[in-house]
Design a binder for this molecule. Structure first.
Ligand code: ATP
Length: 662
């Protein structure tokens, strides 16, 4: 059967990445390590350009965002406060036959007939006991037990005890069935012991698609019991059941999966030389928490006032149960996160008279002082979509998924996932969440340090409000704070007391800022950019020979190499000297690549495959060999996407390129 088209594309992207040095498997010479990837020469440049673009857009070009670079290992209390220690887990299950691990919620649902078994009996590898008679020598005979069991199939194996077995055996012997030579109680007990030793009471089930013969199930079940040490297992208590869309079976072999158990995704390590439980620390599973933990320091030192943001990018680590789809779900990856702190709506209303109503769809324009969380959220969704457009991922290739109320975390007011159509399906590239004041409140609660800010504008405005307005805003603020306290387990009386204190604080100009969080994955974005840029052209030469070439149509801003510089011929020293001169002039300003090897067409093709948007060729006209053409000190500039060529003066080259690659 032909492979689905999208898998073919993914295959092509993966092999291109290896062939051209974008992405390699980590530790490849030792067989690799699952969920870890290295960026090669072109990939490292691409990633750097993407991070530069994000950093420039999110911090340097804004007056209201500053940067942070925090450590990967932080005090473990941070992860308790954030909820990661208790709840950052995925449901995990294992195949009972092969031990392969699955994320329980991602197992493909299946329908068919389930074959259940209560257990199995096996023959022994040697005589289980050594009675006087030769009945037992040479092994334990399953046929005897088969006879015994079929006569006594009403006996539930679940309730079986060794005393019960002895009794059963005595009964069978007395009735003459499968009777061994000696019928003493002692021997019955020895035989019972043998049964007991070679009985597995582990229940096991297999799902077969409808129409498959039961023998297939029995074969797998026998394999299962054999792995548990039973030789030639005899299956007990077979029973069938019809099921629809079950996620309890391994889609690859039908074997039963273990019940799902939560698996915490944080990587644990120890800080210091003693490595006791008290030294446990975690590799950060996200960059965001450091921003919250350093909020007060940044606020106090950066001279920023709410609303303002703190941006950070860097490594994050998640021990994903099933890393897959190339770099899409890795165990070590990078994130680019912004925490944008805003005033609670009650403060905005007190200051501006009213909170501006959410605008129609689209970008709401320049930020205004009367914006509440909804407009700020909408603003950041649109800003992020604009960012993607600026690096070549157009709006129409992205989908917005607004999480449904039941999907939201209890503290979140809204969350939009920006989805990209990856070759393996439409999946999340970035999430933009309105997280209320949950994060800073949690750190205030756990650290005992105040995370609130004092807002002079609020205090002044509050003083001018009518008493009814005081009451209305205080009540709303109180209700929100109370809800937070109760949700996080504070008892009613204490929650009411603290919520009242917070509402009183609001009247004095104090509050805990709310936050809007655009959180993007760098590696996922690189994969999206590769998939977005990937294109192929097939050309046929005069002899009818076809060739398919790859062109990576990266936006010039993020392309790993901005310009290729070639002398037309490598054996003409004047051409080579001039080309090297041009190359030297450009390389200090952008990543340029000099290439003199092979035919010019080959060199263009190599750069197309690397995604280089422009190539410059120094030819005889550059040297002014035909003065009548007036082309001295000009070069041929070739465009990657359509192969178009134009002539440009060397003196114009640098500004021309800079205008396009920055
Ligand atoms: P998912 O549901 O795909 O696991 P998430 O909702 O847990 O993602 P967040 O915690 O919101 O992800 O992280 C923000 C961003 O970090 C994601 O949108 C994604 O781009 C990136 N990211 C998260 N986990 C991984 C991973 N294992 N590998 C690569 N990137 C990741």
């Amino acid at each position: 059967m032909a492979e689905p088209k999208e898998n073919v594309l993914m295959e092509k992207i993966t092999s291109l990445c290896k062939r051209r040095g974008f992405i390699f498997q980590s530790s490849e010479i030792y067989g690799g390590i699952q969920g870890f990837w290295d960026y090669g020469p072109l990939g490292a440049e691409l990633k750097r350009n993407v991070k530069d673009a994000w950093w420039t857009t999110m911090t340097r070009l804004r007056d209201d965002v500053v940067g942070l670079e925090a450590t990967i290992i932080m005090a473990p209390q941070i992860w308790r406060a954030s909820g990661h220690v208790d709840t950052f887990s995925d449901p995990m299950c294992d195949c009972l036959l092969t031990g392969k691990r699955f994320r329980a919620d991602q197992v493909e649902p299946q329908s068919g007939i389930v074959y259940h078994y209560l257990g199995a009996l096996g023959s022994a590898s040697g005589a289980p006991v050594s009675p006087a008679t030769n009945t037992f020598e040479g092994g334990f005979a399953p046929t005897m037990i088969e006879g015994w069991h079929s006569k006594n199939s009403q006996i539930s194996l679940d309730g079986l005890t060794s005393a019960g077995i002895v009794q059963e055996i005595m009964l069978i012997w007395r009735s003459g069935a499968a009777a061994p030579l000696d019928q003493s109680v002692e021997h019955a007990m020895q035989w019972a012991e043998a049964v007991w030793q070679h009985l597995s009471r582990v229940q096991f089930s297999i799902l077969l698609p409808a129409g498959k013969p039961p023998e297939s199930a029995r074969k797998i079940a026998k394999e299962f019991y054999a792995k548990r040490g039973l030789m030639s297992p005899l299956l007990l208590g077979e029973r069938t059941e019809k099921v629809e869309n079950s996620q309890r079976f391994n889609p690859e072999n039908g074997a039963q999966l273990t019940p799902p158990v939560p698996f915490n995704l944080m990587f644990k390590t120890y800080v210091g030389p003693t490595a006791t439980e008290a030294d446990v620390a975690y590799l950060r599973p996200e960059t965001a928490q450091a921003i919250f933990a350093q909020f007060k320091n940044v606020h106090e030192t950066s001279r920023q006032k709410v609303p303002f943001g703190i941006a950070q990018m860097g490594k994050a680590f998640r021990n994903e149960v099933t890393p897959r789809n190339f770099t899409f779900r890795s165990r070590e990856f990078e994130q680019m996160e912004l925490e944008f702190f805003i005033k609670p709506d009650e403060a905005v209303e007190a200051i501006s008279g009213a909170v501006a109503a959410p605008a129609a769809k689209g970008h709401p324009g320049e930020p205004q002082s009367n914006w509440g969380w909804q407009l700020w959220h909408q603003y950041w969704v649109e800003e992020r979509i604009k960012f993607y457009g600026d690096i070549g991922i157009s709006r129409d290739t992205l989908e917005e998924y607004w999480q449904k109320p039941e999907e939201l975390a209890h503290y979140a007011r809204a969350c939009v996932d920006l989805l990209f159509k990856f070759p393996f399906g439409t999946q999340e590239l970035e999430g933009i969440a309105a997280r209320s004041d949950f994060d800073l409140s949690q750190h205030e609660k756990h650290s005992g340090k105040t995370m609130g800010v004092f807002d002079e504008d609020l205090r002044t405005a509050w003083g001018k409000l009518a008493p009814e307005k005081h009451a209305e805003l205080s009540k709303r603020y109180y209700d929100n704070r109370l809800k937070y306290m109760l949700k996080t387990g504070v008892n009613q009386a204490q929650a009411e007391r603290e919520a009242k204190e917070d509402a009183d604080g609001l009247a004095k100009g104090q509050y805990i800022p709310h936050v809007i969080e655009p959180s993007a994955g760098t590696d996922r974005l690189i994969l999206a950019l590769l998939a977005n840029a990937f294109s192929e052209v097939t050309t046929t030469d005069d002899k009818g020979k076809s060739e398919t070439r790859v062109i990576l149509k990266f936006h010039p801003r993020i392309a790993p190499v901005k310009v290729g510089v070639f002398p037309l011929l490598k054996n003409k020293p004047e051409l080579v000297a001039k080309a090297k001169e041009v190359y030297q002039a450009l390389r200090g300003q952008m990543n340029a690549y000099y290439d003199e090897a092979g035919a010019i067409g080959r060199r263009y093709a190599r750069q197309d495959e690397a995604g280089t948007p422009f190539c410059v060729t120094i030819d005889f006209d550059t040297l002014g060999e035909k003065p009548e053409l007036n082309l001295k000190d000009t070069v041929t500039l070739r465009h990657r996407d359509d192969g178009r060529q134009e002539r440009l003066a060397i003196s114009e080259l640098l500004p021309w390129l800079l205008a396009r690659v920055r």
